[in-house]
Design a protein around this ligand. Structure first.
Ligand SMILES: [Zn+2]
Ligand SMILES: [Zn+2]
Length: 272
C-alpha cells in the first residue's frame, strides 16, 4: 500500500519516528503506537533510517537483516491500539545513485507505505561533512547542499522531504544566531521553487526545537523561521513532524511547528 497525501485534520499526527534499530533512538514500534494512541493520535508513521548498498553494516542505519522484521513490527501494531493506523516507511539519505534502490527494495519488494527524503551528509551518504556537525555552512557547502536537496525534490520518489531548512541552523553553541544571510535566502528560494514546481510536501521538523531546549543551543536550530516565512509565498504543502528518537519526543514541541503553519498560512497535509 502506498500512502496518499491528504489534508490534515484537527488532530496532529506524527509521521517521522525512529526505533531502537538505528542504535541512536529508543523504543519499538509498539511502544510508540501505544503512546500515540494514548495521546489521541489517529495515525502514526514509522520512518527508520534506511541502509543502502555499501552501508549494510552502518550501526546508525536500519540493518539489512532487520528490514523484514521491522516491516512486520509496523504491520502488527497497525490497528492494535484503538483506531490508530500505523504506516511503515524509511528515512532515506538521498543520493541520486540510490533512487532505484529506495523504490525497488523498500517500496516494491518490502511493500513499505512511504519514503522520506533527507540530506544529512553533504555529498551524499558517504561524505564525511555531516549537516549536524558543529560547523557553519560556508557558501561552498551551501551550494552542495542546495543542489543535492533540489535533486531530492526532483526525483519525486519521496512522500515528503525532511527538514529542508537544516542548512540554516546556527550550528555552534554560542555562535551568532543571526547567520541567515543572502546566501541562505538564495538556497531557500531554490528549494522552495523546486518544491512548488514538483508538487512536493516539505517537512517542518520540530526536533531542532527539542535539541535547542535540551542541549543548550542559544536559538532554535531548525525549523528556521526565515525559511517558513519565505515558504508562505509559494504554492507548497507542509507536514509537521517531531522526528522522535525517544518516546518522550513523540509529541514534543509539535505546537511550535503548528504555530508556524498558522502564522504563515501554510497548507498542512498528512498521510492517509
Ligand atoms: Zn533526518
Ligand atoms: Zn529522522
Amino acid at each position: 500500500m502506498r500512502a496518499a497525501i491528504v489534508k490534515a485534520g484537527p488532530v496532529w499526527n506524527n509521521f517521522h519516528t525512529h526505533t531502537y534499530r538505528c542504535n541512536h533512538a529508543e523504543g519499538d514500534v509498539s511502544d510508540y503506537a501505544k503512546k500515540a494512541s494514548g495521546l489521541g493520535m489517529t495515525k502514526l508513521g514509522i520512518s527508520e533510517h534506511a541502509y543502502v548498498p555499501g552501508t549494510e553494516d552502518d550501526p546508525f542505519l536500519l540493518n539489512r537483516r532487520d528490514v523484514p522484521e521491522y516491516v512486520n513490527a509496523c504491520r502488527r501494531a497497525d490497528g492494535k491500539y484503538g483506531d490508530l493506523k500505523v504506516f511503515c516507511g524509511v528515512e532515506c539519505d538521498y543520493d541520486p545513485s540510490d533512487e532505484s534502490f529506495f523504490r525497488e527494495f523498500y517500496q516494491e519488494e518490502m511493500g513499505m507505505d512511504y519514503l522520506v527524503g533527507s540530506v544529512h551528509g553533504l555529498k551524499g551518504r558517504l561524505d564525511v561533512m555531516n549537516c549536524f556537525s558543529n560547523r557553519h555552512f560556508g557558501a561552498k557547502e551551501l551550494r552542495i547542499y542546495t543542489d543535492l536537496y533540489v535533486k531530492l525534490i526532483e526525483s519525486r520518489i519521496f512522500t515528503f522531504c525532511a527538514h529542508p531548512d537544516l542548512f540554516g541552523r546556527p550550528v555552534g553553541i554560542g555562535e551568532d544566531p543571526k547567520n541567515w544571510d543572502a546566501n541562505a535566502a538564495g538556497a531557500a528560494k531554490e528549494i522552495l521553487e523546486a518544491a512548488e514546481a514538483n508538487g512536493s510536501v516539505l517537512e517542518i521538523n520540530v526536533s531542532g526545537v527539542w535539541k535547542a531546549l535540551t542541549k543548550g543551543y542559544p536559538v532554535i536550530i531548525y525549523p528556521r523561521r526565515e525559511f517558513w516565512e519565505m515558504a508562505a509565498d509559494y504554492d507548497i504543502r507542509v507536514i509537521v513532524n517531531s522526528d522522535a528518537h525517544s518516546l518522550e519526543r513523540l509529541d514534543a514541541y509539535a505546537d511550535y511547528g503548528l504555530d508556524l503553519v498558522s502564522e504563515f498560512g501554510l497548507k498542512r497535509v498528512e498521510l492517509g
